[in-house]
Design a protein around this ligand. Structure first.
Ligand SMILES: [Zn+2]
Ligand SMILES: [Zn+2]
Length: 316
C-alpha cells in the first residue's frame, strides 16, 4: 500500500495522508485532501509518481467529512466517476442540512459564553465555512452510506467510531486499519461539541469508540506516520482525557462559569488560551465543552441556563 502526503497549507498538521491501495483492476483511495490548488497539485503529482492515473481510481473511502479529508473530491469527481463511501451518521447529521448545521453550531457557542467577536471571527476562518462551496458539491455525489461492521470492497470492513465527528469510520483491513482522525500518532484528536443531539455525549462516544478499536494491528492515520502500537496509543489518549476531565472538574471548584471561562483556565498543550489564534480558541472551547458535557453525563458536573447563557458547576 502507498500513500500520498497531500499538503494542507496554512494548517499546523502540514498534510493529510491519502492512502492508495490496489482494488480489483483499479485503485482505491482512503481520504483525498482539501479543495485547494496546492492540495490538488500535490495529490495528482503523488499519484503520477506512484504510476496511478486519476481515472484508475474506482473507489474512494472517506473517514469523515472534515474539509481536509473530503473536499478535494469536488475536483477528483470531475476527472472520473468512482464509488464514494462515507459513514451513514455523517450524512444524517451533517450533510442533509449543512446550513442548519453551521448556524446551530455557532449559536451553540454563543450560548456557551463565547464572545460575539470570537464567534464571528471563527465563522470567517472555519474550514466548514471557507470550503462551503466544495462541500455543497461533494454532498451531491452518489454516496454509499457505510454502517458499522459492514463488509466493503477492497477487503475492508467498516468500524463506526463516533467522537471526532458523529459518523467517523475506521476502515479495517487484514492486520491494519485506516484510523482517519480517530487515532493520531502525535496529537490527541479534537473532540468537540458540535450541536445539540438529544442525549449526545461526544467524549463518551469517543471513549467507547477507542475501546472498540483495540487489536486492529498497524494503524494508518490521516495525519503523520503509521502507528505500530495502536493499542498503546489508545491507552495514552484515554489517559489524556481522564486527566483533562479531572483538570476541568478542579476548575469548576472555583464556582459556576461558562464553557468559555473554563477553556481559558485549561492548561492547553499548545500554550495559554489567550495567545491562541481564533481557530484554535474555537477548538479549545469545543474541547472544554465536550469534557463538560461528559462530566454532566456521568454525574460529576451540572449545567444551568440563565438569560440564554449556560453556566457549569460541580455536581452537588
Ligand atoms: Zn477531522
Ligand atoms: Zn484531519
Amino acid at each position: 500500500m502507498d500513500r500520498v502526503k497531500v499538503p494542507l497549507p496554512g494548517m499546523e498538521l502540514g498534510h493529510v495522508n491519502a492512502y492508495v491501495l490496489r482494488c480489483g483492476d483499479g485503485y482505491a483511495l482512503v481520504d483525498v485532501g482539501i479543495a485547494t490548488y496546492d492540495a490538488a497539485v500535490g495529490l495528482l503529482r503523488g499519484l503520477r509518481e506512484l504510476g496511478v492515473r486519476p481515472w484508475e481510481i474506482t473507489r474512494v473511502f472517506v473517514t469523515h467529512f472534515h474539509a481536509d479529508h473530503s473536499t478535494l473530491l469536488s475536483l477528483l469527481s470531475q476527472i472520473a466517476p468512482a464509488e464514494y463511501y462515507i459513514g451513514e451518521a455523517e450524512f444524517r447529521h451533517v450533510a442533509s442540512d449543512f446550513d442548519r448545521f453551521l448556524s446551530e453550531l455557532f449559536s451553540e457557542y454563543l450560548r456557551q459564553g463565547v464572545p460575539k467577536d470570537l464567534v464571528e471571527g471563527a465563522q470567517k476562518v472555519a474550514p466548514m465555512v471557507r470550503f462551503k462551496k466544495a462541500f455543497e458539491e461533494i454532498w451531491g455525489l452518489p454516496w454509499r452510506l457505510v454502517r458499522d461492521g459492514e463488509g466493503l470492497p477492497c477487503g475492508l470492513r467498516a468500524l463506526w467510531t463516533p467522537g471526532h465527528t458523529p459518523g467517523h469510520i475506521v476502515y479495517v483491513g487484514d492486520g491494519f486499519a485506516f484510523t482517519g482522525d480517530h487515532i493520531l500518532p502525535k496529537i490527541t484528536p479534537n473532540i468537540s461539541y458540535w450541536y445539540k443531539i438529544e442525549g449526545y455525549d461526544p467524549l463518551g462516544e469517543y471513549l467507547r469508540s477507542l475501546s472498540k478499536s483495540r487489536g486492529l494491528g498497524l494503524g494508518y492515520p490521516a495525519h503523520g506516520e503509521p502507528i505500530a502500537d495502536l493499542d498503546g496509543r489508545i491507552r495514552e489518549i484515554e489517559r489524556h482525557h481522564e486527566e483533562r476531565l479531572a483538570e476541568i472538574e478542579a476548575i469548576l471548584a472555583e464556582g459556576p462559569m461558562t464553557a468559555f471561562e473554563v477553556a481559558r483556565r485549561v492548561r492547553w498543550d499548545i500554550g495559554p488560551f489567550d495567545g491562541l489564534d481564533v481557530y484554535n480558541k474555537f477548538f479549545a472551547v469545543g474541547e472544554a465543552l465536550s469534557h463538560l458535557v461528559h462530566l454532566e453525563f456521568v454525574g460529576r458536573a451540572e449545567s444551568r441556563e440563565a438569560n440564554g447563557v449556560v453556566y457549569w458547576r460541580r455536581a452537588a
